[in-house]
Ligand binder design. Sequence first.
Ligand code: F0G
Length: 457
Amino acid sequence: MKTIIEPFKIKCVEPIRMSNREERRKHLEAAHFNLFTLQSRHVIIDLLTDSGTSAMSAEQWSGIMRGDESYAGSPSFFTFEKKVRDIFGFKHVIPTHQGRAAERILFSVAVKPGMVIPNNNHFDTTRANIEFQQAEARDLVIAEGSVPDLDHPFKGNMDLALLEATIAEHGREQIPMVMLTITNNSGGGQPVSMENIREVSRICRQNQIPFFLDACRFAENAYFIKLREEGYAEKTPLEIAREMFSHADGCTMSAKKDALVNIGGFLSLNDDKLAEEARNLLILTEGFPTYGGLAGRDLEAIAQGLSEVLHEDYLEYRLASIRYLGEHLNELGVPTVKPPGGHAIFIDARSFLKHIPREQFPGQALCCALYEEGGIRAVEIGSVMFGRFDPKIGQELPAPMDLVRLAIPRRVYTQSHIDYVIEIFADLVQGRRKIRGLAFTYQAPFLRHFTARFEEV
Ligand code: F0G
């Protein structure tokens, strides 16, 4: 088989500033060992996130020029609304400035204190927005989904028995919605099968509970279904996406992922009453319903991005490039979540750095080492992000896994950038015993990973 090449040519470039190890050590100390506090110009390869970091196409930039900036009733809104309806199929389309704004609005109108919202795995903003309403965000991913080393085609699936038990335990009055995150970011960028979507939907309908998809990476999920699920090989990604959404009552979307833009999102749903309440809140905090915190030009770029992200050549290249990184890291003996996800490779830092105890954040330690060694920025998805300090026992409670995510921005890096990342890992494998654990010197009460400060142990 031939190399799967990047299915695009580069028309506009951004320089990368090179740095040496001493400079990076200084930057790391100044950032208190928290890579969110680094200046991005001090980073060589930025794999912090695939969110808002896509390269836009010539057609998207043309859309930016076409954007109409009328306060109300802009034609750019109708282009956007038509495209979202065409793919997602829900009645109401409410633009927001990004995914978490859609979440906050949805949960503000639908969630009351003490309620429980099941999901395969809630992402950090979803969880935080639910907890902000004094409700519980409950993770019900299948058991296989929490075993990093185990190979399974749809590790993002929800455990249906656990879902039914949760509904039996709390009753439908206490469960305002069930969510599924496609692909399951916190669980390793793993897809959810069509069968699982269909079954979750069936259980929700039986119990009259609304069903929402967290749709950020819907196109990658659709392509995994095409590759791995029986009966979908001949379907187009668009057909598969439409079928996925046909089982749900609505979705939240961060356009910063699979709409290939740098900012934007939306809430889309069928329920008229919820939509009305959501629009009222939108006007209060985001803006008028035909722009929702975005510029008309952003709406044009999203509409075009939603078309491009479903091209087969693009999706084939996208999943192949992530797999390439994962397979090469495994050849070096770096343990990763298997199989490779749709937007990132997740390294099992707890098993890679066995000499660092959980309470000293092996994931964060690996992120710092990657930066110092090669100027690569990754993100910890583990005990810093999801663990908690328990004041009663005066101790850190670790998360189930300590992962480091290498998220690959869409259409930004070429294969030689990825080869460089692999070479840096080869060096880390040699020197891993020298990597040191970390301790908090400051942490905030919510989403502590963004602003935390650490010192080396
Ligand atoms: N849901 C999922 C599954 C996400 O991955 C994110 C963002 C959001 C919701 C919120 O969207 O950022 O537009 O407000 N994930 C980014 C990441 C930040 O790096 O994985 P947002």
